[in-house]
Design a protein around this ligand. Sequence first.
Ligand SMILES: [Zn+2]
Length: 357
Amino acid sequence: MAKLLIRTIPFILILLVVSCAQPQGTLPEYNQQLSIEEQKIQNQLFADSWLKTYIDVSETGLNILFNAVDLCKEEDQIFGIGVDIATRYDGPEAIRSELTKALLLSDEITVVATGINTPARNAGLKAGDKIIEINSFAAPYGIDANAEFYKTIRESNDKKHKLLINRNGQDLVINVQSKKRCRFGYYVDLDNNTFNAFADGNYIALSLRMAKWLAQDELGIALVFAHELGHNANRHVDDKKTNMQAGAGIGLLLDMIARTQGVQTDFMNMGANMGAMSYSIDYENEADYLSVYAIAMSGYKIDDAANFWRRFAVEVPGSIYSKGGSHPSTSERYVRIEKTIKEVYGKINNGEKILPN
Ligand SMILES: [Zn+2]
């Protein structure tokens, strides 16, 4: 083995020298201007891809925030209708103009997504709708429209709202009754390298890479979103600055995210952090336990919930044997979740309300 290595060294050196030499051939002419045009095309493609993933997270996340509301403490419950909205001032700055193009955003409020099984979805609101009036008053408009809209809905509590919307140039009235939801917001960052999800007491955050991987499977986004909701709902972050207002405006209000396409961590560390914030293993087990209840309450078929942890193990094999640290091993998580699924089915079969013990 050593002999072979010694014999190959000169060849490696020759290769290195050769590869440092100047190219001999004549390349086709390179046009810098075309490259700049191409950058725009590629950034639009990236923005479209981010948006598709974000909408998946939004539809699923809103479903869980509304339908698992009983998991949240009363002071963490607010009223909402289940829409994710944006104007041209929203979204991560690096792709804001691309999003404006893709979603035809303006100063008016545009519906970006409606959550599955939310008042908005059930009342017939659709992505692309422009909200013109709320209860016969002009809808918020311009740079603060996003925050003002959520504030209006939140503060009017259990109220029926008459929305005048414009859909493809036609005016339409939609009546929608607001409902209780967990107050937490959510976002998908632009980080396509790290495999990460976390909850900080106000938000549920997924890295783009994590969200895209989760979206390959029916339960993926739901289960991880529900896990992070479990951390927030049971106050695993003792955040003294908890701002009751914070969660109401949702994910497209992304200005606060500093980490965009900048510094990335080592690809080999991928998945070491299902939760960049370190909780104790007990908290992780509780969040897993609550996640099964949250997705059952939100209408998902929970049978495959345990299998998710097998998929995770294949993606992040280091997590199979993990001991100590902040997270239980995927094998422990699988076994515990199997047990929880049985518990939930026991309640369903007895006609009991689906609520954790
Ligand atoms: Zn966790």
